[in-house]
Design a protein around this ligand. Structure first.
Ligand code: NAD
Length: 298
């Protein structure tokens, strides 16, 4: 079992509730984010504020990072004033950000070179899962390191699976994001069809949710489309990043990803329409615009 001192870097939509759940479980937190008010908010809840990732690592032998993309994880861990400048031998970095698997492997190599353990441990379950402490966590790294930190991952997660060596957590997360994106696009397309046929989309949702088309995505996102409420949640720009990382990884492995590529084009159009900060359920609005029909309203 790991110690009770944890450093937490990246206090956004996911990081804040995860940090709170760790404090609730009895861990002492030292926290940092490039955005000052996020640090102050969690410090008010009982964490110690730090002024850099380096300082976080100097204070805590276990450092969790929860930042947007590959470049951010690299900056926070490998960069100037980053975690590795402050970490001592035998400490561990757990990067819970969703990033490219190749970058996780690069960060792991940097950590190993300094005698620091590493796990890539991205999550699924969104903000509700982060608040409830029930995230699905997919982990890449060494089994002994995984076993030592299971207690702490349990404080933020409901399902925790070691998927393989470095990068395997993020490869699994890419698989997750492909399935979620395709599912959202299918739900949007289906509800647009139902609405234009004169049906009540809520009745259609209720009729199908117990059958084979039922899914966690359907249950979470159909009500948002029906209400026309696209408050994030998971921002479109983050899903664009994940699908970009999936397409890059597919290219490296020689795996065509035609479904992913099509949805990435829809997302590109939504970004141009200024919807990057909407919830990813707003992929449905691309399909609404094509059909000239809104799922929400009369
Ligand atoms: P967010 O943009 O709300 O938060 C990210 C935070 O990281 C921000 O507060 C930002 O200021 C901070 N940050 C960026 N670079 C930094 C650096 N170098 N040092 C310190 N802080 C830095 O994003 P989020 O929604 O919390 O997502 C975080 C990660 O979790 C992403 O990789 C995302 O894909 C993944 N994720 C998000 C959700 C979701 O529903 N929001 C679900 C599953 C996974």
């Amino acid at each position: 079992m790991a110690g009770r001192e944890i450093g937490f870097i990246g206090l956004g939509i996911m990081g804040r509730p995860m940090a709170r759940n760790l404090m609730k479980a009895g861990y002492s937190l030292t926290v940092y984010d490039v955005v000052g008010p996020a640090v102050e908010e969690i410090a008010t809840d009982g964490a110690t504020a730090a002024s850099s990732s380096k300082e976080v690592a100097e204070k805590a032998p276990v450092v969790i990072t929860m930042v947007p993309d590959s470049a951010d994880s690299e900056a926070a861990i490998l960069g100037p004033n980053g975690v590795l400048e402050g970490a001592s031998k035998g400490s561990v970095v757990i990067d819970m950000s969703s990033i490219a698997p190749g970058t996780s492997q690069k960060i792991a190599a940097g950590c190993e070179a300094q005698g620091v353990d590493f796990l890539d441990a991205p999550v699924s379950g969104g903000e509700p899962g982060a608040v409830a402490g029930t995230l699905a966590i997919m982990v890449g790294g060494k089994k002994a390191v995984f076993d030592r930190h299971l207690d702490l991952l349990n404080a933020v997660g409901g399902s925790i699976v070691l998927c393989g060596d470095y990068g395997a957590g993020n490869t699994t997360k890419l698989a997750n994001q492909i399935i979620v994106a395709a599912n959202i696009a299918a739900v949007g397309e289906a509800l647009v069809l139902a609405k234009k046929a004169g049906l009540d989309p809520n009745v259609v949702f209720n009729a199908i949710k117990g059958g084979l088309a039922g899914s966690t995505v359907l249950n979470a996102k159909a009500p948002m489309m029906i209400a026309g409420d696209f408050k994030p949640g998971f921002r479109i720009r983050l899903h664009q990043k994940d699908l970009h990382n999936a397409i890059l990884t597919g290219k490296e492995l020689g795996v065509p990803l035609p479904v992913t590529s099509l949805i990435q084009q829809m997302i590109g159009s939504l970004m141009n329409a200024g919807k990057g900060d909407a919830d990813h359920s707003a992929i449905a609005t691309f399909l609404e615009d094509m059909a000239g029909t809104k799922i929400s309203g009369q």
